[in-house]
Each structure stands twice: as C-alpha cells, then as structure tokens.
Ligand binder design. Sequence first.
Ligand code: PRX
Length: 569
Amino acid sequence: MTNLGVYEEKIKDFSWEISERELGYKQGDNINIGEYCTDRICRMGKKDKLALIWEGHGGDIKKYTFDDMRMLTNSIARFFKELGLKGGDRICLFMDKIPELYFGFLGILKMGGIAQPLFSAFGSESLLTRLEDAGTRAVMTQKRHLPKVRNIVKDLPGLEFIIVVDDDASKPLREKEISFSMENIEKIDQFDIFPSKAETPSVLHYTSGTTGKPKGAQHVHYSLISQYITAKYVLDLKDDDIYWCTADPGWVTGTSYGIIGPWANGITQCVLDSGFKAESWYKFAEKHKVTVWYSAPTAIRALMKEGIDVVKKHDLSSLRHLCSVGEPLNAEAVIWSEEAFGRPFHDTYWQTETGSIVISNYPDMKVKPGSMGKPFPGIEATVVDLNTHLPIERTGTVGLIALKPGWPAMFRTYWNNEEIYKSKFKNGWYICGDRASIDEDGYYWFVGRDDDVINTGGHLVGPFEIESALLEHEAVAESAVVGKPDPVNMEVVKAFIALKPGFTASKDMNLNIMNFVRKRLSPLAMPQEIEFVDSLPKTRSGKIMRRVLRAKEWGEEIGDTSTLENDEG
Ligand code: PRX
C-alpha cells in the first residue's frame, strides 16, 4: 500500500489541512522547521533511530541518531546566538555535503536565522554576487573553500563572521574568522527555539534567470506543510525506509527533499559526499540498503552509459521506489531503469520558486515514459497561452505551465526584487517559465524553457552572469552564451566570443578563458565550447540575439530574423 493510494481518489478530498493535522499544527501556532525535523521526531519516540548515515569520499562513515541531531543542531543554534546573530539574519552555508552542512542548516532555522545555502563549487565571483545581494552576516565554510571567501571579504563590509568548521590550527585564522568544531562542541539538551510563525522567513535559495543577477527565492517556515506531505506521498517515505537524495543542499532539491521533507517524516537518510561514479554509487546503495532513491536525469544517463552489467554486479534488491527531478527525464531512461532496477524512475517537476513538488508521477499511477505526470493534489495547474496567458482548453497544445498561487511552499518574494517577483504572475497564475502540453489523460509533457536559462545537468545557469564574467577577461570584446545539446548533461554552456583587437584566437586562449570562468563562477558555468567570431548577431538597437545562436546549436529553424532584429525582448 502506498502512502498516497489512488491518485484519482486523493485529489477529490485533499486539503493542506491533512498535512497540518498530521504535523499537529494549527493556524497561529509556532512552526519552526528545525524543531519539526529534530525535537518533534524525538518526542514521537524515535530518539534512537538513525537520522543520518554519512559517508565521505575516503569511505569514512559517521552515524547520527535523531537525538544526536536534535542536540547538535541546538549546539549550533546556541553558538550562532552567542556570536550575536539574531532572527532574520542571513547565514550562508558554503560547504561540501558534510554533516555540518545538514545540521548547520537546521541550527540556523532553530535560532531564527535565514539559511542561505550556496553550492560549494562556486567561485569567488558567484559567491560575492549572492552574499552582497542577501546582505549576509555570517558564512559557515570549510578550510578548502576559505580562500574563495577571503578573496571577497574586503568587498563585503556586512559580512561579520566566517566560521571555519574544520580548522586544525595549522594556519592562523584572520580577522572575522572563527574556528568551530562540531565534533568537540558540547551537546546541548535544551535550547530556546526561535518562536517562528508560518510566514517567518526560513531559507533563501539563489536561482538564475535570463537577465540580471541571480535572484534569491525567499521561503518561509510554513513551507514545511508542503514539503512534509509531498515527501510522504510522492517519495512514498515510510518508517523503515533508508532514503538517499543525491542532490546537494546548495540547490533546492537538497534542502526540500534532502533535509526538510524526509526528516520531518522521521526518515533515515544517507548521504554520500563524493562526486559521481557509477560503481561507487551502486556500492553505496547496496551497502546501506537504500530503499528510496531521489536523483536526476543527468545521473541516470551517466549510469546508462556505464551499462547494465555494472548494475548486475550489485545486490540492489532493497530499492523499492525511484524518483527523478531537475530536467526532462527521457523515455529511454525510464525504460532502462525498469530493465536495470526492475522499476521505473518517477519523474517529478518543480522549481526553486515552488519549494516543493508540483507535478509528478505517483507510486500507484501508471507511468507514461517521458511525461512529468500530473499535478500534486492541492496544486491547481494548467498550461496557458504563450501570449494571452489564458488557460488552453485544447489537449496537446503547447503553452506555459501555470500554477494557482497559494500552496504552502511557494516562495514569498525574490529578495530585494519585488518587481521581478510580481512579473511572474499573469491573470492570477504563477507562470513557471516552462513550456509543456497536457494530454487527454491529464498528463503533462515538458517541451522546454521559455527563456534563455541553461539547464546543465539539472543546474540552472544564467547566460547573463557568464557573459558578465567573460567581459572581465582582458581579451573579450563581446560575448553571447547559450545552451548547446549534450547527450549526458542535456545542455552545456557554449560561448560565442569576439576578441578585442590585438588578441588572437588560439587553443591557449580557449583554455585561458574557460579557466577564467571556472574559477570566478563555477565548473558548471564554464563554457565547454568556445567559438570565436568576428561579430555577434544583434538587434537594431545593438542587443545580442542569443536566440539565433541557440537555434543554430539545436538545429532549429531561426525563422524570420527581421522580426528578431526589431525584438527588444
Ligand atoms: O526548467 C525546469 C527544470 O528545472 C527548472 C527549475 O530549476 P531549479 O529552480 O534549479 O530547481 C530544480 C529542482 C527542483 C524548471 O523550471 N525542471 C525541473 N524539473 C523538471 C524540469 N524540466 C523537465 N522535467 C522535470 N521533471
């Protein structure tokens, strides 16, 4: 029996109150995600149950019970408070997937701070943009990432504390830097948890758009109501599950379903802090007897490349439910997973902004390979016309995915950017910015993004951020960045570059520019290919027409460019 049961039945009588009731929450009560994921689970008699099984890249394993996690998150919360950090302060987590990242996140929420997780592979420039915008007061990081913070600290007068979680005193720390050891900290039994209410800000996740700087999607503690029930119904998490979410908490999947959803359900999670390698992933799933696995199409395609023989070398019979998110899950991957693991990957669709799964394939529902499934109960979804933004009645017609605002995990604004936030709503619908169609059975079929944002391996990168970084390179006169098809990562970054007079295109120049972007922004943002050109296609007013370049890469019709030349959009 699955937690959701029959989808058609569930949608009839679903209301978010079901989740509120299960969580023992009533309107007006305090609601603190940190408390719900730790103290409440302990009160339910699961003190000694394992909350986290963590494995490092060297194979070292650490295990924590819910009671360990409750006390360590208290200790971290008190540590922040004693530094003078207060409710509403933005505290950034800039770490690999180590236990301190997970417990730091909940510790921040317990003392009322706003957790701002950032992907640890970000370079200094990516970090600077996001810390500056958020007005971050403290960063929690590791020795290996400290140099990137040191590079920019002079540009961030508001950044008061840089907390180093693995300082071994081998090198002196500098001004503002503080050593912190979770291994040695006193475990605190009692902590006065911040009395957050439903609308108290909780998490700030930065996401990339087509234009301008990345935007901070602002979430609130009430998001728990969606995250708890979607983890229960879509991931089908049950008490004896061992759950593995491969996402990094630098991105929303890693917090909504790598921290909040599963732990609010009192589920044992395992985390592998190492990069992708098919063999080690299978070994990990086998060793820890993973039952529910939440991953991404790029990872699945990479596993497919390694072949079924590698799968068969391992006993993966513990796996009972597989889900995927972040990019279109191609039909072949679903079919392959049935052959390899005896069960399909279930595609789920959502965004940083939605905070929780909004369209999905459910455990009891027939999977149509290649489809994203149907709206989650309680989510009113449709596709709207590209121009009028009115719902499209006819099945099979491509439009924009649109959601009726009001579900608990929906973002409340973009930090410092109410104007762009407002622009996301049309005719009373939140417009996701993705194109899709709905078939006669109500299944959604993803078509593509409606903007120039590049989705590489499930991570969004904004062309504008990369183009801005490129312009800082001494040889670059102008550039345009687009996504180019890739068999594993779906898209990779391609840059078209016109060089300044006196500079010539060469292999060295190519590498030099690639490394320049990798170091400043991240390996994700680094162009995998650079094409040197004499000039770039522009509109009459001089705006670069990315769409023309993109269409070329995808072998699509460019259409009538005279309209594009006038297009200022
Ligand atoms: O374009 C869609 C794609 O990823 C975008 C959201 O990215 P982000 O905010 O980083 O959150 C990623 C994880 C929740 C969407 O606007 N996307 C996400 N899931 C799918 C998808 N595209 C196709 N199929 C999906 N299942």
